[in-house]
Design a protein around this ligand. Structure first.
Ligand SMILES: Nc1ncnc2c1ncn2[C@@H]1O[C@H](COP(=O)(O)OP(=O)(O)OP(=O)(O)O)[C@@H](O)[C@H]1O
Ligand SMILES: [Mg+2]
Length: 493
C-alpha cells in the first residue's frame, strides 16, 4: 500500500503529542501503554519502530487506582484521604507498519518503553486511505472525533452487500439515503423497498442546518433521478401495479391469509384458470364476483370478500407496470409500500426482486443496489414464513456475480436471517442494545468486546463501519443529507 510522503513523519514527530510508553507484553496486533497524559478511546496513535512507525488506535482505557475493595470504607472510617496512586493504561490495536512510503501488516511487536504519540490528521488520512474523493468513492461522513472525511469504496457497496443495523431512530434510513445520494451522483442505479415511505421526499432539498456547513454539504433535491411507485400514487408518482393474471391461486390465498378447504381451493383454482383462459384482462374484483356468481356457499362468500379486500389495496389490476418503466439506469426507484399489509407486501417484494434478478442475469437491467428497509419483515430468522425470503437469500448468495448488491436494513437484528447478515461484506452498525448485539455478534467477523461497548454507547447518527477495503472498523459521524429525509407520516389524509 503506497501512502505517499510519510518521510515527513520524523519531522511531524516533534510536534505530536506524546501520550505514553509501551508496557507489558506487546503483541503484533495489540499493545498496552502507560499514559503520561489524559487519553481517550478511539484516538489514533503512532509508535516509532526502527526506521518505521506502527499505526494503531486506542481501543480501551483502563484506570488502575490501586484501591482495593473495602479500602474506601476503611479509609473513610479512619479519616484518611481517598486519593490513590493512579495509573492509566491505554489498550492499543495495532494496524500497520508504515515504512517510508509503504505500509505492511505488523509482523514484529513494538518494543517495551517505545513512546506512543497521537497520530496527526494528515497521517490518519493517509494510513486509513479513507479521504480520497475518487470517482468510485462515496462521501458518507467524518471520522468520529476527527476532522477527517470518510469516503467508502462504491465497489464495496455494489455489487457486494451491506447490512445496516441499529435500534430504532438511530439513523439507519438516514444513512441509506446518504448512500443513495452518493450513488446517484455516480450514475449507479438503485431500487428501494421503502416499507414506511421514508424515501419519497428525496426529490426535495433538505432543510439547511449547521451540520451542512460543518460537513461541507449543500442541500439539493434529486427530483430528476427519483422514480416513486405507490399503490396509491400522489401527483408525480407512478402507480405500482401488477397484473392479476400473473397471480397463482396459492398467491391469492396467501394474501387473503385464509385457510380454506381443499374443495374451495379447487374452485378458486378453476375459476382463476377460466378467467385467465378468456384472454380478457381481469381484476381481483372480477375473480371475487365470479366465485360467488352461481353459489351461495358462505365459505366461498368469505373468500370472495377477502379477495375483494386485497383488490382494494390497488396493487393488482388489469395492467401491470413494465420493468422498463420501473428501472431506469442511474435513477433510484422508490417502491413505496406504506399501507400495504404483510402478505401482499412480501409477495410484491418477492416478485420485484425475482424479476430484477432474472433480468440482471440476462443483462436487461443495469447493475444496481437493492435497498431492503425493515428487512426483518422480508427475511425473518425463522424458516419458511416470508414469501420474499428465498429470493433475497439467493441474491445475498449470488447477486454479486451478476452485479446486484443488497443493502439490508433492520431495527430488529435478532429477527433477521443470520445467513443473509453474514453474506454482507460491509456492516454499518448504529447504537444497539446488548441483546440485539449478542444476536448478531456471531455473524460479524472481528467483533471485539470493546467494539461492542462502543456500539452500545454511540450517539444518534454515528455508526461503526466495517468494510473489506477498510483496515479496521471505523467510527463515523454520518454526514447530513442533501435531500429531504422521511415521508409524510402515515399519509392517511
Ligand atoms: N447523520 C445524521 N445527521 C443528522 N440527523 C440525523 C442523522 N441520522 C439520523 N438523524 C435524525 O434522526 C432521525 C431518525 O433517523 P432514521 O429515520 O434514519 O432512523 P432509523 O434508524 O431508520 O429508525 P427506524 O428503525 O425507526 O426506521 C432522522 O429523522 C433525523 O432527524
Ligand atoms: Mg428507518
Amino acid at each position: 500500500m503506497l501512502i505517499g510522503s510519510l518521510f515527513r513523519l520524523s519531522a511531524l514527530l516533534q510536534q505530536m503529542r506524546l501520550l505514553g510508553y509501551v508496557i507489558g507484553n506487546p503483541r503484533t496486533g495489540q499493545a498496552d501503554f502507560e499514559a503520561i497524559d489524559e487519553i481517550s478511546k478511539w484516538t489514533y496513535t503512532v509508535i516509532p519502530h526502527g526506521d518505521a512507525y506502527i499505526f494503531g488506535r486506542i481501543e480501551e482505557v483502563v484506570r488502575r487506582t490501586g484501591l482495593q475493595p473495602g479500602e474506601v470504607r476503611r479509609r473513610i472510617l479512619r479519616g484518611e484521604p481517598l486519593e490513590a496512586e493512579e495509573t492509566v493504561i491505554g489498550k492499543l490495536v495495532l494496524f500497520r507498519i508504515i515504512d517510508g512510503s509503504r505500509s505492511r501488516p505488523v509482523d514484529v511487536p513494538p518494543r517495551g518503553g517505545s513512546p506512543v504519540y497521537e497520530a496527526p490528521r494528515e497521517l490518519i488520512m493517509k494510513a486509513l486511505r479513507i479521504s480520497e474523493p475518487r470517482r468510485e468513492t462515496a462521501y458518507i461522513g467524518r471520522l468520529y472525533k476527527y476532522d477527517v472525511p470518510v469516503y467508502l469504496d462504491i465497489n464495496d457497496l455494489v455489487p457486494l452487500h451491506t447490512v445496516v443495523l441499529a435500534q430504532t431512530g438511530q439513523g439507519k434510513s438516514y444513512f441509506a439515503g446518504v448512500v443513495i445520494e452518493e450513488l446517484l451522483k455516480k450514475g449507479v442505479t438503485v431500487m428501494v423497498i421503502d416499507t414506511h415511505g421514508e424515501y419519497v421526499e428525496m426529490a426535495k432539498p433538505a432543510q439547511r442546518t449547521r451540520l451542512h456547513e460543518e460537513f461541507g454539504v449543500e442541500p439539493r433535491g434529486y427530483g430528476d433521478r427519483i422514480l416513486v411507485f405507490s399503490p396509491d400514487p400522489r401527483p408525480g408518482e407512478k402507480r405500482l401495479q401488477f397484473t392479476t393474471k400473473s397471480l397463482s391461486a396459492s398467491d391469492i390465498l396467501s394474501m387473503t391469509g385464509l385457510r380454506v378447504s381443499r374443495r374451495i381451493q379447487v374452485i378458486l383454482k378453476r375459476t382463476l384458470e377460466m378467467l385467465k383462459a378468456s384472454g380478457v384482462p381481469f381484476t381481483l374484483a372480477d375473480l371475487a364476483e365470479q366465485l360467488v356468481v352461481d353459489s351461495d356457499d358462505p365459505n366461498l362468500e368469505l373468500l370472495a370478500e377477502a379477495i375483494l379486500e386485497v383488490h382494494r389495496m390497488g396493487i393488482f389490476g388489469e395492467r401491470g407496470v413494465r420493468l422498463s418503466e420501473l428501472v431506469e439506469r442511474g435513477k433510484a426507484t422508490i417502491i413505496n409500500l406504506v399501507g400495504v399489509p404483510g402478505r401482499p407486501r412480501e409477495l410484491v417484494v418477492a416478485r420485484l426482486i425475482k424479476t430484477i434478478f432474472q433480468k440482471r442475469k440476462e443483462g436487461k437491467v443495469p447493475p444496481m443496489l437493492l435497498v431492503v428497509e425493515e428487512a426483518h419483515n422480508y427475511i425473518p430468522e425463522r424458516p419458511g414464513n416470508a414469501l420474499s425470503k428465498p429470493i433475497i437469500a439467493t441474491v445475498a448468495q449470488e447477486g454479486r456475480k451478476f452485479g446486484l448488491g443488497l443493502m439490508v436494513i433492520s431495527q430488529r437484528p435478532a429477527r433477521v436471517d443470520k445467513n443473509v447478515i453474514s453474506q454482507c461484506n460491509t456492516k454499518v452498525i448504529f447504537k444497539m442494545e446488548e441483546k440485539d448485539l449478542q444476536a448478531v455478534q456471531k455473524s460479524i467477523e472481528g467483533f471485539s468486546s470493546s467494539l461492542a461497548q462502543t456500539i452500545m454507547s454511540l450517539e444518534r447518527g454515528t455508526c461503526v463501519v466495517m468494510s473489506p477495503s477498510l483496515p479496521m472498523p471505523l467510527i463515523v459521524r454520518v454526514r447530513p443529507r442533501e435531500s429531504r429525509h422521511g415521508g409524510i407520516s402515515g399519509r392517511v389524509l
